[in-house]
Ligand binder design. Structure first.
Ligand code: UGA
Length: 430
């Protein structure tokens, strides 16, 4: 099938590449000239395991093209995927101006019937909005349909999630249109839900909000565990065995960051309010999440007798492991609180330091965990990169000023780490 993907961010690049890998001819369009030039040289704009290799092989086989020419992409495609960014406004409302821009661009080049698919996360009703914009701006009297096909990939496992999704949701105006999308995804042999456009748009927000709710729930339980002496890891395991609850997204820690959950929960809250619904539950999910960084730093301050003049080694900066994405990373909040209290920060992350430097140019960046721990009064595990679990802890202890670990992601076994001579504090574990 001939496909055009507009917006080569996380979702667009991964989606386009996987479609090409499944044997389709894909034209990826972005108005960022520099990004397109780099992609044409084989340089990836993001770090994502397995992406570079997949882009390379499909690019070499001419199934994957990167261009700034929107009309070339639109004209040659049967299906056009809109994957542009949908950032948050200050009041939580989703800014769909890039969607509008893409829809206008599509309209101008529309030469025959096409299916236009919204893959970006967009509020309910955006399908109608795209329809209106294209209708108003099209230069030829041709027909088209608008479909919602939300994306459920996670950063860090984006390729795997796209190739092996748990479900594919298609919100289409008619069965015939849905069938065209089904055809595209058929080779994946995964459960597909066909529904209307509004429901598909809502499924995306409800999914992310529900997962965010699980995280805030377990984080609140973690606070109570800290006061009562219970162990949140065991509690999460104990409740997670119940298949009605499920064991995923129950890791207590710093709460959710990244480019999706913070933005999407706020957007759903905004939609609820717009339609006159008081979504207090979701408000609490957001409030609990907003308090996680200060909760962690409070614990450090209390145990260390203040942070002023203390050297803290920060291990992990990205919002989660296996990505260099710093958007809404908890490390930024934590470091900013520490700096405001005159702590000295030495940070290390396996891949996110270049991006972190753009946001926090004023802290010291180290080339390894050992360098970050050197002469530190404490280290804080902020992102649960696998390599932190495999550190030579004797070596870490030797280089530190005081062997104190604050583990915001519960990656170590408290008993074992204490036996090694560390003073150890974690989340919700007594
Ligand atoms: C999330 C969803 O998981 C994807 O299904 C969705 O497609 C994507 O948003 C999106 O809307 O585009 P992502 O933001 O990449 O994916 O990352 P997650 O793995 O969901 O983690 C989000 C945040 O929650 C991270 O900060 C992570 O550290 C935190 N988290 C996750 C926890 O604190 N505890 C957990 O148990 C799980």
């Amino acid at each position: 099938m001939n496909i055009c993907v507009i917006g080569i961010g996380y979702v667009g690049l991964v989606t386009g590449t996987v479609f090409a890998d499944l044997g389709n001819d894909v034209i990826c369009v972005d108005n960022d000239k520099e990004k397109i030039e780099l992609l044409n040289k084989g340089i990836m704009p993001i770090y994502e395991p397995g992406l570079k290799e997949m882009v390379q092989s499909n690019f070499e086989d001419h199934r994957l093209i990167f261009t700034t020419d929107l009309s070339e992409g639109v004209r040659s495609a049967e299906i056009i995927f809109i994957c542009v960014g949908t950032p948050s406004r200050d009041d939580g409302e989703t800014d769909i101006s890039y969607i509008e821009e893409a829809a206008k661009g599509i309209a101008k080049s529309l030469n025959e019937y096409k299916i236009i698919v919204n893959k970006s996360t967009v509020p309910v009703g955006t399908g109608d909005f795209v329809r209106e914009i294209v209708d108003k701006n099209k230069e030829k009297d041709v027909d088209f349909d608008v479909v919602s096909n939300p994306e459920f990939l996670r950063e860090g496992s984006a390729i795997q999630d796209t190739l092996d999704p748990e479900r594919i949701v298609i919100g289409a105006p008619t069965k015939e249109v849905a069938m065209k999308l089904l055809e595209l995804y058929a080779t994946l042999e995964k459960p597909m839900l066909i529904t209307d456009v509004y429901s598909a748009e809502m499924i995306k927000y409800a999914s992310n909000a529900f997962l965010a709710m699980k995280i805030s729930f377990i984080n609140k339980i973690a606070n109570i565990c800290e006061s009562t002496g219970a162990n949140v890891s065991d509690v999460a395991k104990g409740i997670g065995y119940d298949s009605r609850i499920g064991n995923s997204f129950l890791n207590a820690g710093l709460g959710f960051g990244g480019s999706c959950f913070p933005k999407d929960t706020r957007s759903l809250l905004h939609t609820a309010e717009k339609f006159g619904h008081d979504f207090n539950l979701l408000k609490s999910v957001i409030d609990i999440n907003d308090s996680r960084s200060s909760h962690f730093v409070n614990m450090m301050r209390k145990k260390m007798g203040g942070l002023k003049g203390k050297t803290i080694g920060i291990l992990g900066l990205s919002f989660k492991p296996n990505t260099d994405d710093m958007r809404d990373a908890k490390s930024i909040e934590i470091i900013n609180i520490m700096l405001s209290e005159d702590a000295i920060i030495k940070a290390y992350d396996p891949v996110a330091m270049e991006n972190a430097k753009k946001i926090m140019p004023h802290i010291e960046y180290c080339e390894s965990s050992y360098k970050a721990a050197q002469k530190a009064d404490a280290i804080a595990i902020v992102t649960e990169w696998r390599e932190f679990k495999l550190l030579n802890m004797e070596r870490i202890k030797m280089v530190m000023n005081r062997p104190v670990i604050f583990d915001a992601r519960n990656i170590y076994d408290p008993e074992k780490i204490r036996k090694m001579g560390f003073e150890y504090y974690s989340i919700g574990r007594g």
